[in-house]
Design a binder for this molecule. Structure first.
Ligand code: BES
Ligand code: MN
Ligand code: MN
Length: 463
């Protein structure tokens, strides 16, 4: 396998150029105007998998955006790795905050990425990380280093809640059978501290609407006498958490798994500087639930956040008006063993109970997802850990992430296998933000590390 280094050296410019081509396609799943680009991106991924040596590849239609499925079966008696990733990206807004257009990828150096980073929407989440697997596959097939069977399932709806992947998996259960699921759609601690993601948070996402009078009113004639939905909504939101930043929805914490003191002190060993954290975000202080560290608040504890709030007059100048309606989008990140359906119900009941008679409220649930935690004593985790040791010269730290990939828990349930989250992004890569980027060093390190996973996984599976 030592030839991986020279293969990378020889082909790295092409690997970057090919990824740039894929990044030029604006595959924005949330926006119906980009339906054709979604298909174009799916076709491009399919072709890249065939070029990388897959025997078959298809763009499989779903009631939503298509799934790209490909495979190479070398021997039915050998283990099978299923690679999951997504070719859809988040909308690039706000456009004016990008230093270069989001779908015109450029390589630029940064302090953290002196080797250069590719700037484009999807560079890290997840086209760049997904494409590492395509290029690792190319290396393995071209150099006779593929030790087992491989299947790829690359979807186009991750950023909108994987609505139809559920259907696809249930339809194709046989075809998707595997011994381990490998995903690169998370991050690692830093370039010199590799880590493997062992947990993802779940998600409950709701939209609320508060209605006052049946029309907008003059704020002089009616102000003070009729409820203002924006004022009421703000008060209701402020009641969702208490002075200790604890969520006050009755029953919210009932099923939350509490970590043992031992697990918590193990977590605290991960390298983390609060000063650096504050400095990077330009904040004077952090914020969060009393009694927990910043790392804990962002991974093993549940949250409630307003993601957007609107209503009334937001145009230029002043307009004196009591709006008839006010809205907010609220997300709750969940941890084991919270059930997003139950939490959405608890939220709805509580939110309705907070409403005074002067307004009416509606709660509309959006997508949700279960949290996921993977054990580290499995063949899959151990193979991943050994792979990082080969390429980083260090044992990776197991770390739970605060993000969500809602479909992951369904993989385990439906396909009965463990999920390994080998992420190579950094928290500073600005995913979902303007100027998203992916370090070329990280991209190449990922391509280098993945074949080692296949090797170790196949060898230990045989024993
Ligand atoms: N790849 C991310 C999730 C992620 C990023 C997990 C970094 C861990 C570390 C994924 O594409 C994502 O953005 N998920 C969404 C949920 C989805 C339903 C929109 C999220 O976490 O907000
Ligand atoms: Mn992603
Ligand atoms: Mn994402």
């Amino acid at each position: 396998m030592d030839s991986i280094k020279s293969y990378l050296e020889e082909h790295k410019d092409r690997f970057v150029d090919e990824l740039k081509e894929l990044l030029k396609i604006p595959s924005i799943s949330a926006d119906a105007n980009y339906k054709d680009d979604m298909l174009k991106a799916a076709e491009a991924v399919k072709q890249s998998l065939l070029d990388a040596g897959c025997d078959t590849a298809e763009v499989a239609p779903t009631p939503g955006h298509p799934v790209v499925y490909a495979e190479k079966i070398i021997n039915k008696d050998l283990p099978t790795v299923l690679v999951y990733g997504h070719y859809d990206v988040q909308p690039p807004d706000p456009l004016d905050l990008w230093n270069s257009p989001p779908f015109e990828p450029v390589v630029q150096k940064t302090d953290i990425h002196p080797e250069g980073a590719i700037f484009a929407r999807g560079a890290c989440d997840d086209k760049g990380q997904m494409y590492m697997h395509v290029k690792a596959m190319e290396y393995m097939t071209k150099n006779d280093e593929l030790p087992c069977n491989v299947k790829f399932m690359i979807e186009g709806e991750e950023e909108v809640g994987s609505e139809h992947l559920d259907w696809f998996i249930k339809e194709n259960k046989e075809k998707l059978q595997n011994d381990v699921i490998l995903i690169s759609d998370t991050g690692m601690i830093s370039k010199d501290t590799p880590s493997i993601t062992t947990g993802l948070r779940g998600l409950s996402y709701v939209e609320v609407e508060v209605t006052g009078a049946n029309r907008d009113l003059h704020s002089g004639l009616y102000g003070g006498a009729v409820a203002n939905p924006l004022n009421v909504l703000s008060e209701m939101i402020s009641k969702l958490t208490d002075d200790n930043n604890h969520i006050s929805i009755p029953g919210f914490y009932d099923n939350v798994e509490n970590l043992s003191d031992e697990e918590r002190s193990k977590m605290a060993e991960a390298p983390f500087s609060i000063e650096e954290y504050k400095e990077k975000l330009d904040i004077r202080d952090v914020h969060g639930e009393e009694g927990y560290s910043t790392l804990e608040r962002g991974s093993i504890r549940p949250t409630l956040d307003v993601n957007g709030m609107w209503g009334g007059y937001i145009g230029e100048g002043a307009k004196t008006v009591l709006p008839s309606k006010a809205y907010a989008k609220i997300s709750m990140r969940l941890v084991p063993n919270q059930d997003h359906k139950e939490i959405t119900e608890l939220f709805t009941k509580h939110f309705e109970s907070l409403a005074p008679d002067s307004v009416r409220v509606k709660v509309k649930p959006h997508h949700g997802g279960y949290p996921y935690v993977t054990p580290i004593d499995t063949i899959g985790y151990q193979a991943a850990s050994a792979a990082y040791e080969e390429t980083f010269g260090k044992t990776p730290i197991p770390q739970r992430s605060g993000g969500s990939i809602p479909i992951v828990s369904l993989f385990e349930k439906e396909l009965d296998s463990k999920i390994i989250l080998m992420g190579f992004g950094l928290d500073t890569d600005a995913i979902h933000s303007p100027n998203e980027h992916f370090g070329i060093w990280n991209y190449l390190k990922g391509i280098e590390t993945i074949p080692w996973f296949y090797k170790h996984f196949t060898e230990t599976s045989k024993k």
